[in-house]
Design a protein around this ligand. Structure first.
Ligand code: XMP
Length: 514
């Protein structure tokens, strides 16, 4: 199995880094974001087909300037510098960068001087997106101008012999309509990439890699039933089979039928060595009388770790802990200004890392974006029901029951939740919205059923559209659907006599109510 081709994105602090990485991956070439000061030796080990120097907020003459190491230009690997990355390259190779009297932002018309290589297949003039203060005013030896705008003489420069290209604009953004073609030209014409990345090739390489890393040791994996840990578990199982033990902890805060579903999928379908722990009693005892949302989270995280450790100890010595950490969870690079921004989120879907146990980590998905994880999951045979599920918070229904959590309230919310899910799916909205769920409120209101006065619970429905969960807007679900959900809940779930719909956006409201 040949090693997959990789293109590295050197991070100079651009807000578009992830976008550059994405654009490359869309062309089936694997990409990775690395710190701007990566050494030539480190690059050699990765053996990439090309380097992209990202843009960034710095000025080459400013204080604490992030610069690439000079020796990376001697590796014989093609380089594309974007905006600041172009200026840094020009500066390092003996050119001159000058501060502009006024900054240039937004749309510009680029005139192309040379239609080979990076501009192959493009028109004479293309629209591009500029965002810069400094500009290259003298070319380094060996470079030629291959594109210009009315404002920027050296808008695109190249040393074709060495495969070095610099663009002052941003080819990765949608406002440069032909930017994709330019990136593709760099990858395929200049770096010689073939575009062979696929879920299948990733799986083959991962399986070999996991086998090599883990060798004969045992691996334990916390399974939550969510997409990431499920894909990680199935992938590792494919590599090492019975050396993997998965632990699934039922914290009593799960959706209706969830525990059974997870057991069935992973034991029966994938033949994974799964240990099921029913810790409902412990969780509910620890949560008794707790109202504060953050306290609830802490208790749940703590109980999870204890339950996980207890079970893991029973299995005996384990060398590795498997986690479904994804690429966006891992900010690999240091910030362009030198301060370490390497932040690794604890994988809160499984409640955080066991603290008192010493494990090495195996994280086979840590270089993938979510949609790539889904592709890998599909290729591994996981059902759409798992792969395409809406996010479900680690603390589960505990943060959807406002106030005190009891078994009775959990059971009530589970029934309601099942109806919401069922109706949303039937109406074809499950995949159209980011999340859709029910919240149980801590108040009772008056109603009338038949000739009887009732005094019962209120359910709030929440459905939001979002791209990443950071901001969200309430989903404009059809009134008929909302009406149907409301009717079914009130008719079928004893103890609910009122349903309301949450029409707040995030910010200022959050998606979850706690
Ligand atoms: P909020 O409520 O902060 O939610 O707008 C944003 C996204 O994060 C999920 N969420 C959590 N996920 N543990 C999790 O694993 C948590 O404690 C937690 N709190 C919120 C939420 O469901 C939404 O997708």
């Amino acid at each position: 199995m040949p090693r997959q081709e990789v293109v590295l994105v050197l991070d100079f602090g651009s807000q578009y880094n992830q976008l550059i990485a994405r654009r490359i991956r869309e062309k089936k070439v694997f990409s990775r974001i690395v710190p701007h000061n990566i050494t030539a030796q480190e690059i050699r080990q990765i053996n990439p087909k090309g380097l992209i120097l990202s843009g960034g907020p710095a000025s080459i003459y400013g204080p604490r300037v992030p610069k690439p190491r000079k020796e990376i230009f001697e590796l014989g690997i093609p380089v594309l510098g974007i905006c600041y990355g172009m200026q840094a390259m020009a500066h390092m190779l003996g050119g001159k960068v000058t501060k502009a009297s006024h900054r240039e932002y937004g749309r510009a018309e680029l005139a192309i001087d040379d239609f080979k290589d990076i501009f192959r297949g493009l028109d004479k003039k293309i629209i591009c997106w500029m965002s810069h203060g400094d500009f290259v005013s003298k070319l380094p030896a060996g470079f030629k101008r291959i594109g210009h705008t009315s404002n920027t003489r050296y808008a695109v420069i190249a040393d074709k012999d060495r495969g070095f290209y610099g663009v002052q604009f941003h080819p990765e953004v949608a406002h440069t309509p032909k930017g994709n073609r330019i990136i593709a030209n760099f990858l395929f014409n200049i770096c010689g990439c073939k575009g062979t990345w696929s879920a299948r090739s990733f799986i083959a390489e991962s399986v070999a890699g996991i086998k090599r890393t883990v060798d004969k040791e045992k691996v334990v994996c916390g399974l939550s039933g969510g997409v990431d840990s499920s894909v990680a578990a199935v992938l590792i199982n494919k590599a090492i089979g019975r050396q993997l033990t998965c632990i699934f902890i039922n914290n009593g805060l799960l959706r209706k039928g969830e525990a059974e579903r997870v057991k069935k999928t992973f034991r029966k379908h994938f033949h994974i060595n799964l240990r099921y722990v029913n810790a409902e009693g412990r969780f509910l005892k620890a949560l008794k009388g707790v109202i504060d949302p953050e306290k609830k989270r802490k208790i749940i995280g703590h109980e999870f770790i204890r339950a996980f450790e207890r079970e893991a100890r029973k299995i005996g010595s384990m060398g590795y802990l498997a986690q479904g950490t994804l690429y966006p969870d891992v900010i690999e690079s240091k910030s362009a200004f030198g301060g370490p921004s390497a932040t690794i989120k604890t994988h809160h879907n499984v409640g955080g890392l066991p603290l008192n146990m010493k494990f090495k980590l195996v994280e086979p998905l840590r270089e993938l974006f979510k949609d790539e994880v889904r592709q890998v999951g599909k290729e591994l045979g996981l059902s759409d029901e798992i792969i395409l599920r809406q996010p479900f918070p680690g603390p589960g229904l505990a943060i959807r029951i406002i106030g005190d959590i009891t078994k009775a309230r959990l059971d009530l919310l589970r029934e309601v939740d099942a109806i919401v899910l069922n109706e949303i799916k039937k109406a074809g909205f499950y995949r159209k919205v980011w999340q859709s769920f029910a919240v149980l409120l801590p108040i009772k209101t008056v109603g009338v059923m038949g000739d009887e006065r009732t005094y019962e619970n209120v359910i709030a429905l929440r459905a939001v559209n979002s791209v990443d969960g950071m901001t969200a807007d309430w989903a404009k679900l059809p009134y008929e659907l909302l009406g149907r959900i409301s009717n079914r809940i009130i008719n079928e779930v004893r103890g609910v006599n009122r349903v309301v719909y949450d029409i707040s956006s995030k910010p200022p409201s959050t998606i979850e109510w706690e």
